[in-house]
Each structure stands twice: as C-alpha cells, then as structure tokens.
Design a protein around this ligand. Structure first.
Ligand code: GLU
Length: 450
C-alpha cells in the first residue's frame, strides 16, 4: 500500500461520515502520488499525517433572538487548518448545509489554494448553519453579533483572518467587524471583504469571478485560443457568478445562463448584467423575476430539471463556469458538456465537480481549471487587502485588478509547469495540487515538529 493510500484508508476509517472532506482528500492524495513516490522526504517527516488534521478546530453555540422575540440557536465553526505559510486565512459560510464535514473540506482545499497565490496565508475556514435568506436586516445583524461574541477570541490580523463565502457578503462582514471592534477596542485588518469606506480593497467583491475568467483566458491562450466570441454557461447568481459574467463580456464572450437555489435562466441574447445585479444584489429576489422582464430568457424551475442532472450544463456552450456550490456538476453533466463541444471549464465555486466529472475532463484533455487554482482570485485579493491594511495605503481599481491578473497567470504557469515535470502538461489538477503542496510541506519541515 502506498503512503497516500495508507493515509486515505486511515482517515476514511476515522471519519467515515465526512464525505465531502474525504472527496477533497481523495482528489488531492491521488494527484500527490507521483510526487510522494519520487520524494521520500515527506513520508520521513509524516507530512500527510500532520496535514490532514487541523491545527485547531473550534465549534460553538450561537444563540440569537428573532424578530418575534423567540430564541434561536445555531452552531458556529472555525477550523484553523494550517499556518505553515501565514495566518489562517479563509472565508465564513452561512448556509443551512454547513457542518464540520463541509468546513473541513473547504479548509483543507484552502491550504493549497492559498499556497498557490504565493501570498503569506495559511488555511482556515468557518461558518454556521444559519440561513441569512428571508431573515430581516436586524436578525442578520443580531446573528452576526452573537457569532462574533465567541469568534473574536480566536482571530486576529496576525493569527486568523476570516472573510466571506456563500451567505456572507459585505453586509455580514460589516456587522461582524462592528462587533469585533466593540469587543476588542481594535480597528484592524482582522477581516477581509470589508466595506470600501473602512479598509476594504477595490476589486475584492469582483475578484473571485474576475480571477476565474482570467484563469480560463490563461488556459485557452496556452492552446493558442481565446475567450473572444465564445458562448459561456455560468451557474450561480451570487458574487462569483455575477462578476464572472461581467468579465466574460469584457473579454468578448457571451454568457447565457445563471442559476439559483430554485431554478435557472437561459437567455439566448446573453445575460442582461444590470438586471441580474439589480435582482440579486439589490432586491435579493428569485431568478424567476428575470424571465418576467426579458422576453429572450427562459426560466426553468429546479422541479423541471432532468433527474440527476443540473440543467445549466445541458445548454450548449464552448466554456463553462461552475460558480454555485460543491458537487453541482456530476459525471452525467460532464458527459453532456463534452458532447456539446465544451472545451474549457473554470471552477469559480469550491469543489463544484464530482470526481467522476473531473476524470472525464482530464481524459478529454480539455482546459480544466480546478477550483483551488481557478477560484484563488478571491482569497488572493484578500491577501492584497491585508497588505493595504498593514501599510495603510489603498491601491486604485486598476492597480489591484492588474495584480490579480498577474497572480492568476502565475498560478496557471506554476500549475502547468509542475504538471509538465510529470509529463502531464494538461493535467492542472495534478499540477496545482503538487505545486501547492510542495510549498506547504517544505515550510512544515523547515519549521520543525510543532
Ligand atoms: N471564500 C473564498 C474562498 O473560498 C475567499 C476566502 C478569503 O477571502 O479569505 O477562497
């Protein structure tokens, strides 16, 4: 049994119910196999045994009072996974599906993703099973305050710097920051994704989406192609999807889909970005409203999806941007995408493709950007926000955007060159995992057994 197989077996025995964490681990360990076979230093230092266990894992009660005066209780989490490269860094997710398994898979991915950005950030993740949807403004504020009443003692600008993720945007970061400041009497860079008036960075909101498109552009250019004139399918309608659509237009492509938890829209004329932003960022309503206002658009509610499929991926396209959530693109979806001639998939969400889907993309040798590489633009720009906070400077939109583009290009080059070392130039899963891992592992070795 190889080193990676032994570790996978041990973790599977110990945590058989952590299916998301095991899925992420399986993908990573499989790609690390050639590196770990070639180089025994990692096994000698028990790097994998150490890497798979978080340095610290916190879970806590979050009680709050709803508008009717009733006490509600949620569970909060913060997993401080690895600090070999810098302070723990990673978002907070507020969604009913959140549990220890989900936060562990996200935190584990974050270690390698942050390593790939080349910035000094370790890996962490947190969140709660609280659902901000259909809550009043005051309920969201009271929840965030209660969440911070516990979290503040574990975080700090030099130790652990949370940010947003699904369900946590500028509004939530604002309430979290306000309570942190109240409790600690410190105005510092403890959170990223802050408002632009009080320490936030330009481009942070747009960064994950822009970055995912820059990554697709780099992959296509690697094959002498470009995004110009390409039809794009995008899933999701949150921050990542909206700014993926914006950048796709800027680079000459035509995005034709978006989706939310209740259904999807297909707009053959191209998604009307202003309308999408108004509905999702301002009114916070369902996408069914979009179709009422655009004759060229068709709305398909989730109940009408073909069984076992995500209907977004059945719309013929050249390039696909899964930007909603984990496992939203399965083996059957991948098959249809490939049959329809899709040549590029760039992941904006975390782990949106199942292992079966990934296998098909690799086999077909299309341009496939795995999340930890292609969606690293968000956390990279968080790193730029931390730099600006620390130096008390703020950079212009174009300056940050240029740095983001450079970082995404660098990640692509690093991943493809690393893949090439193993004679698998197109396999960016292998390249990204090995490149991200090497840096973390060597830092751990250099820092001793701690
Ligand atoms: N939640 C984002 C991610 O998955 C961003 C994290 C951050 O900015 O710290 O990478």
């Amino acid at each position: 049994m190889s080193y990676t197989q032994r570790i996978l077996a041990e973790v599977s025995n110990k945590y058989p119910h952590q299916v998301f964490f095991l899925q992420a681990l399986k993908e990573i360990l499989h790609s690390l196999e050639p590196e770990l076979t070639k180089n025994k230093i990692y096994e000698e230092h028990s790097i994998l045994e150490r890497l798979v266990i978080p340095e610290r894992s916190i879970s806590f009660r979050v009680p709050w009072v709803d508008d009717s005066g009733k006490v509600q209780v949620n569970t909060g989490y913060r997993i401080e996974f690895n600090s070999a490269l810098g302070p723990y860094k990673g978002g907070l997710r507020f969604h009913p599906s959140v549990n220890e398994d989900i936060i562990k898979f996200l935190g584990f991915e974050q270690i390698l993703k942050n390593s790939l950005t080349t910035l000094a950030m370790g890996g962490g993740k947190g969140g709660s099973d609280f659902d901000p949807k259909e809550k009043s403004e005051n309920e969201v504020m009271r929840f965030c305050q209660s969440f911070m009443n516990e979290l503040y003692r574990h975080i700090g600008e030099r130790s652990d710097v949370p940010a947003g993720d699904i369900g946590v945007g500028a509004r939530e970061i604002g309430y979290l920051f306000g309570q942190y400041k109240k409790l600690t009497n410190r105005f510092d860079g403890v959170l990223t994704g802050k408002g632009l008036r009080w320490g936030g960075s330009l481009v942070r909101k747009e960064a994950t989406g822009y970055g995912s498109v820059y990554f697709a552009q780099a992959m296509l250019e690697g094959k002498g192609d470009s995004l110009e004139g390409k039809i794009a399918c995008v899933s999701g309608s949150g921050n990542v999807a909206i700014y993926t659509i914006e950048k796709l237009y800027a680079l000459g492509a035509k995005p034709v889909t978006a989706s939310d938890s209740k259904g999807m829209i297909y707009d053959c004329e191209g998604i009307e970005l202003g309308l999408l932003k108004e509905l999702k960022e301002v009114q916070r309503v369902s996408l069914s409203e979009y179709a009422k206002m655009r004759p060229s658009a068709k709305y398909i509610p989730i109940e009408e999806y073909t069984k076992g499929r995500n209907e977004v991926w059945s719309i013929p396209c050249d390039v696909a941007f899964p930007s909603a959530t984990q496992n939203e693109l399965n083996g059957a979806d991948a098959k249809v995408l490939l049959e329809n001639g899709c040549i590029c998939v760039s992941e904006g969400a975390n782990m949106p493709s199942t292992l079966e889907a990934i296998d098909q993309f690799i086999q077909a040798r299309i341009c496939y950007g795995p999340a930890k590489a292609s969606n690293a633009g968000g956390v990279a720009t968080s790193g730029l926000e931390m730099s600006q906070n620390a130096s008390m400077h703020s950079w212009s939109f174009d300056e940050v955007d240029e740095k983001l583009r450079g970082i995404m290009r660098g990640i692509y080059e690093n991943a493809s060159q690393t893949a090439e070392e193993f004679a698998e130039r197109d396999n960016l899963v292998l390249g990204a995992n090995i490149a991200g891992f090497r840096k973390v592992a060597m830092a751990m070795i250099e820092q001793g057994v701690v």
